[in-house]
Ligand binder design. Structure first.
Ligand code: SF4
Length: 244
């Protein structure tokens, strides 16, 4: 008889680098009272990033997962859901374990992601109740925003997985007028519709919070709400908001 291969264990959530939490929000998982758990680290460097302190992988964590679990048990009945965010939360292999444990505690589970690891996102979808996925630009234009070649292919593959899943979701696009123009937005919106995306959000970048000094001001004209709404009319659900 052939020796059986040992199954690779699910990486533990205990090593997750938890940078912080938001104890209660109604903004991060539509229709739910949610807590947000922020994970440290992101491999991309978008100039308009509004969470630059979360980007380095080496920053020591503020919390251990066991502490968060203890806290969450006390929130049962008070919170509906837990959202994992970042940085890029799918950077960490232990995320799946944390999501499963969160469901076992009785919470709904949500995820914010830029779609940087499409296969990990696909594997997580069956245990996620909602995903907010950032799509930043048409595929070819991604490196100008993220600083990373090939980033657009990954993000758009994630969008395709999400569109083909049963997980509730929204696609959101942050618009800094110096980085994304109307023609690019229309191009992306049309492709999202082709994928079957039904819920689209345009987030206006807050210039002062941008990581890249050149983006703290804006030299291009802002698109009006009317122009944005015309683009958004392609989708059954569309809204405009300031970047989270
Ligand atoms: S905007 Fe998102 S993907 Fe881009 S650097 Fe910041 S956390 Fe990473």
């Amino acid at each position: 008889m052939l020796p059986t291969q040992p199954m690779s264990p699910t990486p533990s959530a205990d090593s997750l680098p938890i940078a912080g939490i938001t104890p209660l929000t109604t903004l991060d998982f539509p229709g739910q009272l949610a807590a947000v758990v922020f994970l440290q680290g992101c491999p991309w460097r978008c100039g308009y990033c509004q969470n630059s302190s979360l980007l380095p992988r080496s920053t020591p964590p503020e919390y251990q997962w066991q502490e968060i679990k203890t806290w969450l048990r006390k929130r049962l009945g008070l919170l509906d859901a837990v959202v994992f965010s970042g940085g890029e939360s799918t950077l960490h292999q232990g995320l799946a374990h944390a999501v499963m444990q969160t469901r076992e505690m009785g919470f709904r589970t949500g995820l914010h992601s830029a779609g940087i690891y499409p296969d990990r996102l696909r594997n997580l979808l069956p245990v996620l109740d909602w995903v907010g996925l950032d799509i930043k630009a048409p595929e070819a234009d991604y490196p100008a925003i993220t600083g990373v070649e090939g980033s657009g292919h990954k993000a758009w593959r994630s969008a395709a997985y999400l569109a083909g899943s049963n997980t509730a979701h929204e696609i959101r696009t942050t618009v800094h007028p110096d980085q994304l123009n109307e023609a690019q937005l229309i191009d992306m919106a049309d492709r999202l519709v082709q994928l079957g995306i039904r819920h689209f959000v345009i987030q206006r970048a807050t210039f002062a919070r941008c990581m890249e000094p050149d983006l703290k001001t804006c030299s291009s004209a802002r698109l009006s709400d009317q122009q944005l709404s015309t683009i958004g009319a392609r989708f059954p659900h569309f809204s405009i908001r300031d970047a989270l």
